[in-house]
Design a protein around this ligand. Structure first.
Ligand code: DGL
Length: 282
Protein backbone atom coordinates (compact mmCIF):
# COMPACT_ATOMS: atom_id res chain seq x y z
CA UNK A 1 0.00 0.00 0.00
CA UNK A 2 1.27 3.50 -0.73
CA UNK A 3 0.00 7.07 -0.75
CA UNK A 4 1.57 9.73 -2.95
CA UNK A 5 -0.26 12.67 -1.42
CA UNK A 6 1.89 15.37 0.13
CA UNK A 7 3.05 15.75 3.71
CA UNK A 8 2.32 19.24 5.07
CA UNK A 9 5.04 20.82 7.18
CA UNK A 10 4.58 24.07 9.01
CA UNK A 11 6.67 26.36 11.11
CA UNK A 12 6.46 29.89 12.41
CA UNK A 13 9.06 30.84 9.81
CA UNK A 14 12.03 29.27 8.10
CA UNK A 15 13.48 27.33 11.02
CA UNK A 16 11.31 24.34 10.11
CA UNK A 17 13.56 23.82 7.12
CA UNK A 18 15.91 22.03 9.53
CA UNK A 19 13.13 19.43 9.83
CA UNK A 20 12.66 19.41 6.03
CA UNK A 21 16.36 18.58 5.76
CA UNK A 22 15.86 15.58 8.03
CA UNK A 23 12.67 14.53 6.22
CA UNK A 24 14.49 14.72 2.90
CA UNK A 25 17.27 12.47 4.20
CA UNK A 26 14.91 9.93 5.72
CA UNK A 27 11.93 10.04 3.34
CA UNK A 28 13.25 11.38 0.03
CA UNK A 29 10.24 10.18 -1.97
CA UNK A 30 7.70 12.13 0.01
CA UNK A 31 6.19 15.24 -1.53
CA UNK A 32 6.44 18.14 0.92
CA UNK A 33 4.31 21.26 1.07
CA UNK A 34 5.90 23.68 3.52
CA UNK A 35 4.28 26.71 5.06
CA UNK A 36 6.40 29.23 6.98
CA UNK A 37 4.47 31.99 8.70
CA UNK A 38 7.26 34.48 8.09
CA UNK A 39 4.97 37.50 8.46
CA UNK A 40 4.14 36.59 12.07
CA UNK A 41 7.35 34.98 13.29
CA UNK A 42 8.40 34.72 16.13
CA UNK A 43 5.81 32.59 17.86
CA UNK A 44 8.14 31.97 20.80
CA UNK A 45 7.31 35.23 22.52
CA UNK A 46 3.52 34.95 22.11
CA UNK A 47 0.71 33.66 24.31
CA UNK A 48 -0.68 30.15 23.94
CA UNK A 49 -4.03 31.49 22.67
CA UNK A 50 -2.37 33.49 19.92
CA UNK A 51 -0.13 30.59 18.91
CA UNK A 52 -3.10 28.22 18.74
CA UNK A 53 -5.14 30.56 16.58
CA UNK A 54 -2.18 31.09 14.23
CA UNK A 55 -1.67 27.32 14.07
CA UNK A 56 -5.26 26.70 13.05
CA UNK A 57 -4.89 29.17 10.19
CA UNK A 58 -1.55 27.67 9.11
CA UNK A 59 -2.99 24.16 9.12
CA UNK A 60 -6.15 25.27 7.27
CA UNK A 61 -3.93 26.61 4.48
CA UNK A 62 -1.96 23.36 4.23
CA UNK A 63 -5.21 21.40 4.15
CA UNK A 64 -6.08 23.02 0.82
CA UNK A 65 -3.47 20.58 -0.59
CA UNK A 66 -5.18 17.35 0.46
CA UNK A 67 -2.27 16.40 2.71
CA UNK A 68 -2.00 12.89 4.15
CA UNK A 69 -0.14 13.94 7.31
CA UNK A 70 1.04 17.09 9.03
CA UNK A 71 4.39 17.77 10.67
CA UNK A 72 4.46 20.59 13.18
CA UNK A 73 8.15 21.37 12.84
CA UNK A 74 7.96 24.41 15.10
CA UNK A 75 9.10 23.65 18.65
CA UNK A 76 6.96 26.43 20.05
CA UNK A 77 3.79 25.45 18.18
CA UNK A 78 4.31 21.80 19.12
CA UNK A 79 4.21 22.70 22.80
CA UNK A 80 1.16 24.95 22.53
CA UNK A 81 -1.50 22.32 22.64
CA UNK A 82 -0.97 19.73 19.99
CA UNK A 83 -3.10 17.04 21.67
CA UNK A 84 -5.96 19.52 21.50
CA UNK A 85 -5.48 20.13 17.79
CA UNK A 86 -4.85 16.49 16.89
CA UNK A 87 -8.46 15.67 17.66
CA UNK A 88 -9.69 18.19 15.09
CA UNK A 89 -8.06 16.63 12.04
CA UNK A 90 -8.59 13.31 10.33
CA UNK A 91 -4.93 12.89 9.29
CA UNK A 92 -1.99 12.23 11.60
CA UNK A 93 -0.51 15.36 13.19
CA UNK A 94 3.07 14.84 14.32
CA UNK A 95 4.80 17.40 16.53
CA UNK A 96 8.31 17.43 17.97
CA UNK A 97 7.58 17.07 21.70
CA UNK A 98 6.67 13.41 22.00
CA UNK A 99 9.37 12.04 19.65
CA UNK A 100 12.10 14.20 21.20
CA UNK A 101 10.99 13.28 24.73
CA UNK A 102 11.05 9.58 23.83
CA UNK A 103 14.54 9.87 22.37
CA UNK A 104 15.77 11.74 25.47
CA UNK A 105 14.24 9.19 27.85
CA UNK A 106 15.96 6.41 25.90
CA UNK A 107 19.32 8.22 25.85
CA UNK A 108 19.69 9.36 29.45
CA UNK A 109 21.70 7.22 31.88
CA UNK A 110 21.63 9.56 34.86
CA UNK A 111 17.91 10.35 34.60
CA UNK A 112 18.70 14.08 34.37
CA UNK A 113 17.49 15.62 31.12
CA UNK A 114 17.85 19.22 29.97
CA UNK A 115 15.67 21.18 27.58
CA UNK A 116 16.31 24.41 25.73
CA UNK A 117 13.67 26.25 23.72
CA UNK A 118 11.85 29.54 23.26
CA UNK A 119 10.14 31.24 26.18
CA UNK A 120 6.72 29.95 25.12
CA UNK A 121 7.98 26.39 24.58
CA UNK A 122 9.71 26.20 27.96
CA UNK A 123 6.90 28.05 29.75
CA UNK A 124 4.30 25.57 28.44
CA UNK A 125 5.72 22.70 30.52
CA UNK A 126 4.85 20.34 27.63
CA UNK A 127 8.22 18.59 27.60
CA UNK A 128 8.18 18.01 31.34
CA UNK A 129 4.72 16.45 31.05
CA UNK A 130 5.76 14.23 28.14
CA UNK A 131 9.00 13.13 29.81
CA UNK A 132 7.33 12.33 33.13
CA UNK A 133 4.63 10.35 31.34
CA UNK A 134 7.24 8.33 29.43
CA UNK A 135 9.65 7.86 32.36
CA UNK A 136 8.19 9.10 35.67
CA UNK A 137 11.53 9.11 37.54
CA UNK A 138 13.28 11.60 35.23
CA UNK A 139 14.29 15.01 36.45
CA UNK A 140 14.03 17.82 33.91
CA UNK A 141 15.84 21.15 33.84
CA UNK A 142 14.56 23.61 31.29
CA UNK A 143 16.07 26.85 30.09
CA UNK A 144 14.53 29.36 27.71
CA UNK A 145 17.04 30.94 25.34
CA UNK A 146 15.38 33.96 23.68
CA UNK A 147 18.57 35.31 22.12
CA UNK A 148 19.42 32.18 20.14
CA UNK A 149 16.80 32.53 17.37
CA UNK A 150 17.93 36.06 16.36
CA UNK A 151 21.58 34.97 16.52
CA UNK A 152 20.98 32.09 14.11
CA UNK A 153 18.82 34.21 11.79
CA UNK A 154 21.67 36.68 11.55
CA UNK A 155 24.11 33.95 10.55
CA UNK A 156 25.86 33.96 13.94
CA UNK A 157 25.66 30.26 14.76
CA UNK A 158 29.07 28.99 13.74
CA UNK A 159 31.82 27.69 15.97
CA UNK A 160 34.25 30.53 16.62
CA UNK A 161 31.54 33.21 16.79
CA UNK A 162 32.45 34.76 20.12
CA UNK A 163 29.08 36.37 20.73
CA UNK A 164 27.17 33.14 20.08
CA UNK A 165 29.62 31.16 22.23
CA UNK A 166 29.22 33.58 25.12
CA UNK A 167 25.42 33.61 24.95
CA UNK A 168 25.21 29.82 24.67
CA UNK A 169 27.62 29.36 27.59
CA UNK A 170 25.52 31.62 29.80
CA UNK A 171 22.25 29.87 28.95
CA UNK A 172 23.72 26.40 29.42
CA UNK A 173 25.53 27.04 32.71
CA UNK A 174 22.54 26.14 34.95
CA UNK A 175 21.97 22.94 32.97
CA UNK A 176 25.61 21.96 33.38
CA UNK A 177 25.37 22.69 37.09
CA UNK A 178 22.34 20.40 37.21
CA UNK A 179 24.44 17.50 35.92
CA UNK A 180 22.29 16.63 32.88
CA UNK A 181 23.57 13.97 30.49
CA UNK A 182 20.99 14.54 27.72
CA UNK A 183 19.86 17.83 26.20
CA UNK A 184 16.81 18.34 23.99
CA UNK A 185 17.29 21.00 21.34
CA UNK A 186 13.63 22.04 21.43
CA UNK A 187 13.66 24.72 18.75
CA UNK A 188 14.02 24.58 14.99
CA UNK A 189 17.01 26.91 15.03
CA UNK A 190 19.24 25.11 17.49
CA UNK A 191 20.68 22.44 15.16
CA UNK A 192 22.54 25.34 13.56
CA UNK A 193 24.24 25.98 16.92
CA UNK A 194 24.99 22.32 17.44
CA UNK A 195 28.80 22.63 17.42
CA UNK A 196 28.80 25.48 19.91
CA UNK A 197 26.31 23.70 22.16
CA UNK A 198 28.26 20.43 21.95
CA UNK A 199 31.52 22.21 22.81
CA UNK A 200 29.89 23.92 25.79
CA UNK A 201 28.23 20.77 27.17
CA UNK A 202 31.18 18.43 26.52
CA UNK A 203 31.26 14.91 25.09
CA UNK A 204 29.32 13.33 27.97
CA UNK A 205 26.05 15.01 26.99
CA UNK A 206 23.84 13.57 24.25
CA UNK A 207 22.10 16.19 22.10
CA UNK A 208 18.60 15.35 20.88
CA UNK A 209 17.64 17.08 17.63
CA UNK A 210 13.86 17.53 17.69
CA UNK A 211 13.71 17.86 13.87
CA UNK A 212 15.46 14.53 13.37
CA UNK A 213 13.15 12.83 15.86
CA UNK A 214 10.00 14.21 14.25
CA UNK A 215 11.20 12.91 10.86
CA UNK A 216 11.72 9.44 12.39
CA UNK A 217 8.28 9.54 13.96
CA UNK A 218 6.64 10.55 10.69
CA UNK A 219 8.39 7.67 8.96
CA UNK A 220 6.93 5.25 11.56
CA UNK A 221 3.45 6.76 11.30
CA UNK A 222 3.38 6.58 7.51
CA UNK A 223 4.74 3.07 7.36
CA UNK A 224 2.34 1.80 10.06
CA UNK A 225 -0.54 3.34 8.08
CA UNK A 226 0.66 1.93 4.74
CA UNK A 227 0.93 5.54 3.60
CA UNK A 228 4.56 5.90 2.47
CA UNK A 229 4.93 7.43 -0.98
CA UNK A 230 5.24 4.86 -3.75
CA UNK A 231 6.91 7.03 -6.40
CA UNK A 232 10.41 6.09 -7.55
CA UNK A 233 11.70 9.65 -7.98
CA UNK A 234 12.44 12.18 -5.23
CA UNK A 235 9.26 13.87 -4.01
CA UNK A 236 8.51 17.40 -5.23
CA UNK A 237 8.74 20.39 -2.88
CA UNK A 238 6.59 23.51 -2.62
CA UNK A 239 7.23 26.28 -0.18
CA UNK A 240 4.77 28.95 0.92
CA UNK A 241 5.54 31.96 3.07
CA UNK A 242 3.37 34.75 4.43
CA UNK A 243 6.06 37.40 3.94
CA UNK A 244 8.42 38.13 1.08
CA UNK A 245 9.78 35.38 -1.12
CA UNK A 246 13.10 37.26 -1.37
CA UNK A 247 13.50 37.03 2.42
CA UNK A 248 12.97 33.29 2.13
CA UNK A 249 15.59 32.93 -0.58
CA UNK A 250 18.12 34.93 1.43
CA UNK A 251 17.74 32.93 4.63
CA UNK A 252 16.65 29.46 3.54
CA UNK A 253 20.12 28.23 2.62
CA UNK A 254 21.19 28.86 6.19
CA UNK A 255 18.71 26.25 7.42
CA UNK A 256 18.65 23.70 4.66
CA UNK A 257 21.09 24.15 1.79
CA UNK A 258 20.28 20.84 0.07
CA UNK A 259 16.49 20.77 0.23
CA UNK A 260 15.44 24.21 -0.94
CA UNK A 261 14.85 23.17 -4.51
CA UNK A 262 11.15 23.70 -5.09
CA UNK A 263 8.86 26.59 -5.92
CA UNK A 264 8.51 29.36 -3.34
CA UNK A 265 5.26 31.33 -3.29
CA UNK A 266 3.80 34.04 -1.13
CA UNK A 267 0.36 33.68 0.39
CA UNK A 268 -1.83 36.48 1.67
CA UNK A 269 -4.13 36.74 4.62
CA UNK A 270 -7.75 37.21 3.55
CA UNK A 271 -8.76 39.29 6.56
CA UNK A 272 -12.52 38.79 6.10
CA UNK A 273 -12.17 35.02 5.88
CA UNK A 274 -9.38 34.84 8.49
CA UNK A 275 -7.50 32.49 6.16
CA UNK A 276 -4.35 32.40 4.09
CA UNK A 277 -4.99 32.31 0.35
CA UNK A 278 -2.86 32.19 -2.75
CA UNK A 279 -3.04 35.51 -4.60
CA UNK A 280 -4.84 35.24 -7.96
CA UNK A 281 -2.55 34.43 -10.92
CA UNK A 282 -1.42 37.62 -12.65
N1 DGL B 1 10.25 27.95 15.08
C1 DGL B 1 10.33 28.40 16.45
C2 DGL B 1 10.57 27.19 17.35
O1 DGL B 1 10.98 26.15 16.93
C3 DGL B 1 11.41 29.44 16.64
C4 DGL B 1 11.05 30.80 16.11
C5 DGL B 1 9.85 31.40 16.81
O2 DGL B 1 9.95 31.85 17.97
O3 DGL B 1 8.80 31.41 16.20
O4 DGL B 1 10.31 27.27 18.52
Amino acid sequence: MSDDRAVGVFDSGLGGLTAVRELTRLLPREEIVYFGDTARVPYGTRSRETILSYMRQDIAFLMTFDIKALVVACGTASTAGLPLLERDYDFPVVGVVEPAARAAAAATRSGRVGLIGTEAAVGSGAYERALRRIAPGLSVRAQSCPLLVPLVENGRGRRGDRVAELVVAEYLAPLQAGGIDTLILGCTHYPLLRDIIADAMGPGVVLIDAGREVARRLSEVLSEGGALAGRAAPGPRRYFVSDSVEGFARRAALFCPEAVDGRVEKVEMDIAAGAFVLPPET
